[in-house]
Design a protein around this ligand. Structure first.
Ligand code: TYD
Ligand code: MG
Length: 492
């Protein structure tokens, strides 16, 4: 079977070449070139011991039935994109949204993140969600039917990181009691796939890709070639059986999963889990998705009983005062973008008359704040000269975008005039030196978020007003302002 081919592969970047080099020709790392024999892997015979019913294969993979097909001849009913395993509940729907509407049968999903961020927790909860699913949706039900199981198939959670007992303990903490999760502790891919196959599970979880290995491949578990070949083997398994496979991958110090980006090319979906050290918020971000948009972001909170979907994620950076009915002077809401997602943040300002005037900024660039203050004095006539001004962005977020300029100016005005801004107004726009409001990127998305959260008024640059008004945001007034004077006249 196949001719043995020897090549040299860089352990750090995955670069392959026919000859040995002292340093990698691609990433220049020294001493990373390792000999690699492709014979047993390339032939694909490694996982061929696992028999898949021909019926299952043929009915689920129409494109494998024959040769070339004309576009209209393609059977649309079998479209994988339309058939997903729905995930229910608040947690499930948040994950489903990040996945692009549910888990696609036969897909290979990689979940990456720093150690300890909560990947195992996330996937155990997903396993429970899938296993407890009453209404499995078409695909899973169809698989179950085809396999004559007559009932939903279980979910298998394979761990090479923790013992079965540890996972059991975690499940207790998460209050997962379903009988439909099977746990297995192993690191040998062939053994794992062999054990899984007879169960016909509705999903398989591998925790983690760095701990599994494939016999006959050079390098130890976690090495570039092992990780790459194991992932390829799991991909073949997923595509042949139509069982979705979810992989956990640790992020190394360079921020890559398993060193090279090679893994990301193999899998269908890559999700990154992020979280600040001292925050309980966890973000789940798709960086690649063959079945959906990467413009999604899942927001969760890590609680004592696991991850909980945050119902109003755009508001997580707002302080508690803000949601109170009583509003204070000196607060204004800005809208920032993080990747593709928009968040509302709160800018606080405090103006105090003082003999020695000073400026303090927290979460905003001092030079930007100075500019806004100068423009307020010169172009809007605010007598700020004898004031010490403190500016603070709540929740430790930093305001890097100029789209927050108007909110900063409004917060300063509010404190100076001791006039609280009603807490249903949001501000979007950049300020120019003549006090004019300028357009900012992705304004439509920002305004949509503001509208969704029930704000009554959104202050935007006049140049965007007409365009935004045409889009029609129900229940929210779009107020276009040419300059700071108009903002002040409208709000105060
Ligand atoms: P874990 O899922 O083990 O992280 P990873 O697999 O990414 O390494 O979870 C790590 C942290 O989450 C751990 O420090 C404890 C915390 N945690 C909670 O706060 N609540 C919970 O219910 C669980 C299960 C974990
Ligand atoms: Mg873990």
């Amino acid at each position: 079977k196949g001719k043995s081919k020897t090549s040299w592969v860089c352990e750090s970047c995955g670069f392959a070449t026919g000859q040995w080099w002292g340093s990698c020709r691609s990433c220049n790392a020294i001493g990373t070139m390792k000999q690699f024999s492709e014979v047993s892997v390339a032939s694909g015979s490694k996982v061929s011991g696992i028999e898949v019913s021909e019926n299952v294969m043929r009915s689920w993979m129409p494109h494998q039935a024959g040769g070339l097909l004309r576009l209209p001849e393609v059977q649309r009913g079998m479209d994988q994109l339309a058939w997903r395993i729905a995930l229910s509940g608040p947690f499930g729907s948040e994950v489903a949204r990040v996945l692009g509407g549910g888990l696609v049968p036969g897909s290979l999903v990689l979940v990456g993140g720093d150690p300890g961020v909560g990947k195992s927790t996330l996937l155990l909860q997903m396993a429970a969600t899938i296993a407890e699913q009453q209404d499995l949706g078409k695909p899973a039900a169809a698989i179950a039917e085809q396999q004559d199981l007559g009932k939903p198939a279980p979910v298998v959670y394979v761990s090479g990181e923790e013992s079965i007992e540890q996972i059991g303990n975690r499940a207790d903490r998460l209050k997962i009691g379903t009988e439909e999760i099977f746990l297995y502790s192993s690191t040998d891919i062939e053994d794992i796939l062999g054990k899984i196959q007879p169960l016909f599970p509705s999903a398989v979880i591998i925790d983690s890709i760095q701990t599994v290995y494939l016999k006959g491949v050079t390098g130890s578990a976690g090495g570039v070639q092992q990780v790459k070949e194991c992932t390829s083997a799991l991909l073949r398994f997923a595509k042949r059986t139509n069982i979705p496979v979810l992989l956990i991958g640790h992020v190394n110090k360079d921020g890559d999963i398993a060193g090279p980006r090679v893994l990301e090319h193999i899998v269908d979906v890559v999700l990154y889990m992020e979280g600040e050290k001292y925050s309980t918020h966890r973000l789940l971000r798709p960086v690649k998705n063959r079945f959906g948009s990467t413009d999604e972001l899942g927001v969760f909170e890590m609680s004592h009983s696991g991850l909980q979907a945050v119902s109003n994620p755009s508001e997580i950076f707002l302080s508690e005062q803000h949601t109170d009915s009583q509003v204070l002077a000196g607060l204004a809401v800005a809208v920032i973008m993080d990747g593709s997602r928009s968040f509302l943040i709160e800018v606080q300002a405090l103006c105090t008359s003082a003999t020695s005037v000073s400026r303090h900024c927290n979460g905003i660039q001092a030079s930007r704040a100075d500019m806004i203050i100068s423009v307020l004095m010169k172009q809007a006539g605010l007598m700020l000269r004898e004031n010490s001004i403190y500016i603070n962005v709540v929740s430790g977020v930093s305001l890097k975008e100029t789209a927050g300029d108007v909110a900063v100016a409004a917060a300063i005005c509010s404190s100076f005039l001791e006039f609280p801004i009603p807490n249903d107004i949001a501000f979007i726009g950049e300020i120019g030196l003549s006090g004019e409001l300028r357009m900012v990127p992705r304004i439509e998305k920002r305004v949509t978020t503001v509208a969704k959260l029930g704000y009554k008024t959104c202050i935007v640059p006049a140049s965007a007003e007409k365009y935004l008004a045409n889009l029609g945001f129900e229940g929210m007034k779009i107020v276009g302002c040419k300059n700071l004077k108009e903002v002040i006249n409208n709000v105060f």
